[in-house]
Design a protein around this ligand. Sequence first.
Ligand SMILES: CC(C)(COP(=O)(O)OP(=O)(O)OC[C@H]1O[C@@H](n2cnc3c(N)ncnc32)[C@H](O)[C@@H]1O)[C@@H](O)C(=O)NCCC(=O)NCCS
Ligand SMILES: Nc1ncnc2c1ncn2[C@@H]1O[C@H](COP(=O)(O)OP(=O)(O)OP(=O)(O)O)[C@@H](O)[C@H]1O
Length: 200
Amino acid sequence: MALIIGLTGGIASGKSTVSNMLKEKGYTIIDADIAARVVVEPGQPALQKIMNVFGPDILTAEGTLDRAKLGAIVFHDEEKRKQLNEIVHPAVRKWMMDQKEEAIAAGKKTILFDSPLLFESNLTWMVDKTLLIYVDPKTQLHRLMARNGFTEQEAKARIQSQWPIDEKKELADDVIDNSSTLAETERQVNEWITRLRLES
Ligand SMILES: CC(C)(COP(=O)(O)OP(=O)(O)OC[C@H]1O[C@@H](n2cnc3c(N)ncnc32)[C@H](O)[C@@H]1O)[C@@H](O)C(=O)NCCC(=O)NCCS
Ligand SMILES: Nc1ncnc2c1ncn2[C@@H]1O[C@H](COP(=O)(O)OP(=O)(O)OP(=O)(O)O)[C@@H](O)[C@H]1O
């Protein structure tokens, strides 16, 4: 029996950073952000549905989704974000479940879903346990602005489109605090692996 763990957090809290540490140790990560890109590739039904709602201008000249343009709309408009989620999320869930079945068939013992919206989207039924990658809100804002080159207003719009990370902290089974150095985070990751006796 494989153990399925939901790895979640807030935007720029360090989910990819911790996922990469776990990947290097041989664990299997299934990434919802990657799923959300695959399911809107040209020719996919979700892309056509996005065009129907947001208009043909939401595509680039090459016919791919203009992510910057769509982001500028949906992170400032809750209704539009809900419409986008309703199109993309079912396809994301299916892609992740298919990947999970493949990993189980390959004999993997621990499978992590890296999913920023695990709590918001009520997806905890898909996992046996949850791990929250926490960052204090001030550091989160600074890291998001630095990584994406966002203004404070743009970064706050994205952070506010998710549940507050302090609320998620209360809901998670385990928490890794990524507010400090990468070395300190790796120490907590190792401790967590040992405590749960995770096999890859
Ligand atoms: C709006 C889009 C085009 C912006 O693309 P962009 O390349 O700028 O961002 P990217 O996809 O890499 O997401 C970065 C982070 O933003 C946050 N985020 C993305 N979508 C959402 C959303 N619908 N609600 C809240 N936060 C979100 C997550 O923390 C994610 O890790 C894209 O995020 C998207 O299609 N979102 C809808 C699908 C979705 O919910 N993805 C999240 C995982 S299922
Ligand atoms: N402990 C740390 N110290 C310094 N910088 C860090 C640390 N952890 C992460 N970062 C940086 O913070 C930014 C956000 O981290 P990361 O991309 O891992 O977050 P994420 O939760 O995966 O983000 P998203 O929700 O957008 O997918 C990145 O630029 C990363 O290099």
